[in-house]
Design a protein around this ligand. Sequence first.
Ligand code: NAD
Length: 319
Amino acid sequence: MSVLVTGGAGYIGSHVVRLLHQRSEPVLVVDGLSNGLRDRLGASQFLQLDLAAPNSKQALTDAIREHGVTSVIHLAAQKQVGVSVERPEFYYEQNIGGMSSLLSAMRDTGVDRLVFSSSAATYGIPDAEAVTEDSECHPINPYGETKLIGEWMGANAARSWGLRVANLRYFNVAGTGWPELADTAVMNLVPIVFSALKAGKSPIVFGDDYATPDGSCVRDYVHVHDLADAHLSALDYLERDERKHSTFNVGTGQGFSVFQVLAEIKRVTKIDFDIDIQPRRAGDPPYLCADVSRIKEELGWQSSRGLNEIIESAWSAIK
Ligand SMILES: NC(=O)c1ccc[n+]([C@@H]2O[C@H](COP(=O)([O-])OP(=O)(O)OC[C@H]3O[C@@H](n4cnc5c(N)ncnc54)[C@H](O)[C@@H]3O)[C@@H](O)[C@H]2O)c1
């Protein structure tokens, strides 16, 4: 009995793998290493494989049988919104092609439990301050579309052959549980600000005239350690719950504006920096925050770490 973690060499996946090890669960990591780091895995069983490669279904089927896999956490995906707009074909090939190979291999081997990494990007530009899982999904870029289509693929497999799937729609993930697993990509607010500070530059804020309390965008920041823990709760839920297809927001339920995050960064780093205000970017909703009632009620999960721990942990990993 082991858990297959795709994308386990990535930022979030390596935290999930670490927590599975702490629970003494045997783990097989499959990762193409397009963006992952082998060093994050320690002694985990590892197969280097691009899930979207032509031979991947057979390679996955063999690996699932060889390692006695009984459940899967599927995090492997390309995740850069901007690149997905420039190269949509590549994003469909990677994220949907990868999901398709994985589902085929699971079906052929009778592995019927899946936790799927989805995203708040499925919602697009919501018209509410906090979205529930029943809010309408209108993704506004190919990346968000691949996540929503991934959810549909799981739902169809649930109807067709009895897959049991829990989609986790992550909100803004940040922080680190262990310094060596820190986010090395400079794509989200906290790493972007740290990178600017290290280069002696002023962090940029896109838009200070939104209809929010201080004019900057408000987001729900979830600590990666808490998020990783939600995957274990979802695995346990799939063992005990009869429903075949469920979707959960994973956030804190509390929003912080960009200016509030910058103020916390100033406090933690003790660097008194200026802020460079630029015009709004296309596609940034004023609010993107989670209603977390469902995950609390059904999975018994809730975040326990706040913005301060997010910033402290991320800063201490790089300074
Ligand atoms: N980081 C966030 O803020 C965030 C928010 C919402 C959803 N997500 C989702 O969470 C998951 C993990 O994100 P992350 O931040 O850890 O990203 P990451 O890039 O650090 O990790 C993704 C891992 O998947 C691997 N991978 C990508 N495509 C693959 C393929 N076709 N075959 C095999 N391996 C492949 C990469 O090498 C990498 O190790 C992704 O599915 C992402 O879309 C992330």
